[in-house]
Ligand binder design. Sequence first.
Ligand SMILES: [Zn+2]
Length: 406
Amino acid sequence: MAGKVPPSFTSIGLYIRSGQLQLPKSSVVEKFKIAKCRLVMTIRDSKDRKVSQAGIEIQTGRKWSAEEVVENAESSLKLRDIIGNHCIGRQCLGTSHFQQWNKANIKEKRDMGQKATREREDEVRKSRGVELGAQGAWTKWELPQRRLTWAEVWRMEPYRISFFLLSVYDTLPTPTNLCLFGLKEDPLCKLCVERGTLSHILSGCKTALTQGRYIGGGMTMFYRRLHRQWTKNVQKRPRRINKPSSIAFVKRGEKTPTMKETRETILQLAHTWEFQVDLGKRLQFPQVVYTTLRPDAVLWSTKSKKLIMVALSVPWEENCEIAYERKRAKYQDLLDSCKEKGWQTWLYPIEVGCGGFPAQSVWKFITAIGLSGNERKRAVKKLGEEGILLVVDETRGYELETKLEK
Ligand SMILES: [Zn+2]
């Protein structure tokens, strides 16, 4: 892996934990610092007074003092107790666990201290990422994080990993980057006259789009997976849920309602489904309404009058929200007219970023068709990988990769 990633690749890309892409590695410096902090806390909080009061000094060199870091981490944890737990984004009350510092025991405190130290290291990395204009573009993405495991890293082809890493940190040899490095005179795209930035090359070039360069073998695989996922889930029985989905308030004297209920997924609303995908522009919209629009996949049941539309887009990571809104607006009229005809209709615009990051909408869609837990995670991950395929398999992807070799 190291051989494929250029030496200019910064530690931010390799070790960050709060960024968009998490690699299964941690920095040696961080490990060293955490180990030293743990030592400080273990000795200080020892039950044996001979140990705790022996005045042992932890040596860490001149630039950095473990005692100071522990003190800072602890004071920030105490402050967090006062602030309390706050929700981020669309989180609901009680979705995340909050451990209070003053209620924790010694072992928990030690763990919390280590975690706070790690977070502090990560903050430094993240602030450096924000400073870097192009390489820190991921700080503006609003997508679920992606975590690579060692198993995945081993399974991926070396080119794929390097493409993945370099596209996240915008260090691929795109025309603008080559111009910046002094290897090319103009930063323009080969096909049109616009600037050849990474987002332009991967998803924004109109000439490449009209020449049909963006849709390749990956798309077929994507559809095949979607189809398999669907046929598998149609036969599934309704999932039992033991927990209520919201907090149930119970008045005094009343009994708690029984917890067992079943939740149907949309696929279980009908018995027979027909499925079509837009392969080679051959999709024919079912005889519900007349339309020239072609969503990427349609699933319908004539008997039960149910219709599901999926519209996939592969935009640049930063533009996922915009792509979602655009697809939604594009198919809204079709959705309304299907509803007017008495069909129960759903529309799922889904986005997989061209760098391989599935957006929140993909998670929502996968949940709706009845996947949960690990199965759901795996499905989303696969869709993400196919997102990269869409691009890497194309001639332009090869262009970028072969240049890496030299
Ligand atoms: Zn272009």
